[in-house]
Design a protein around this ligand. Structure first.
Ligand code: OMP
Length: 223
């Protein structure tokens, strides 16, 4: 299958921004990963603006029907905000102005109160996150959305690491991303995935030194 070019462009962009790094990194699962994706380093106006255009592109290309965006606190807040701006400017949206909302982590007992900020949660809601590791933040978001009487429509993430969940001696057949999709019956749309990282490693001789380690990691943990 030919990968859409925005996927490869996003991997390149993440490398240029220092968000995607190769080396040895201990990840949440305890595994030593030959690469790490640190979305927190999209931390300037220009880079967050570009990131948001990639999210908007992936969402429009996915054909998921949606009414609004939800960004789980804290990291999802700028992601949902910036992606709503990018969607408003996306030619595929026909000028639609997409509302967004986010939650507070602390309940406020004065002023406007409540845990939700932004547009009222209604209709089909896309949850935006950076990576899914254990799926905890997705579960909380789904609960918030359902409690408000709206429906989760999809989860939109930046990178799908495509790796099996569970401990080394009892690896699951599925990834955390697949588990989320199955558990909630909604698609998980990613801008890019490990497949796109590997394609770049294959095609860019300057990155050749990292090929073997990433290939071996995928053989061991990949779905
Ligand atoms: P949450 O959004 O709170 O789940 O945080 C994401 C988690 O994924 C953080 O603990 C990160 O350290 C971790 N993470 C990445 O952000 N990028 C990766 O490439 C891999 C991980 C990971 O630890 O699996």
């Amino acid at each position: 299958m030919i990968q859409p070019s925005y996927r490869t462009d996003f991997v390149r962009f993440s490398l240029e921004q220092g968000v995607l790094k190769f080396g040895q990194f201990k990840v949440k699962s305890g595994r030593i990963s030959p690469y790490f994706f640190n979305a927190g380093l999209f931390n300037t106006g220009l880079s967050v603006g570009s990131l948001a255009q990639f999210y908007a592109q992936a969402l429009v290309a996915s054909d998921v029907g949606f009414d609004m965006l939800f960004g789980p606190a804290y990291k999802g807040i700028p992601l949902a905000t910036a992606t709503a701006v990018a969607l408003a400017n996306h030619p595929g949206m026909g000028g639609r102005d997409v509302p967004f909302a986010f939650n507070r982590k602390e309940v406020k007992d004065h002023g406007e109160g409540g845990i939700l900020v932004g547009a009222p949660l209604q209709g089909k809601v896309v949850i935006i996150d950076d990576v899914i590791t254990a799926g905890t933040s997705v579960r909380e978001s789904v609960e918030i959305i359902r409690k408000a009487g709206a429906q989760p429509a999809a989860v939109l993430i930046a990178l799908d690491r495509m790796e099996r969940a569970g401990p080394d001696d009892a690896l699951s057949a599925h990834s955390a991303v697949q588990d989320v999709a199955r558990t909630y019956g909604i698609p998980v749309v990613s801008i890019a995935s490990l497949t796109d990282i590997m394609a770049l490693l294959e095609n860019d001789s300057r990155l050749a030194e990292h090929r073997d380690a990433v290939t071996a990691y995928r053989a061991r943990y990949g779905v």
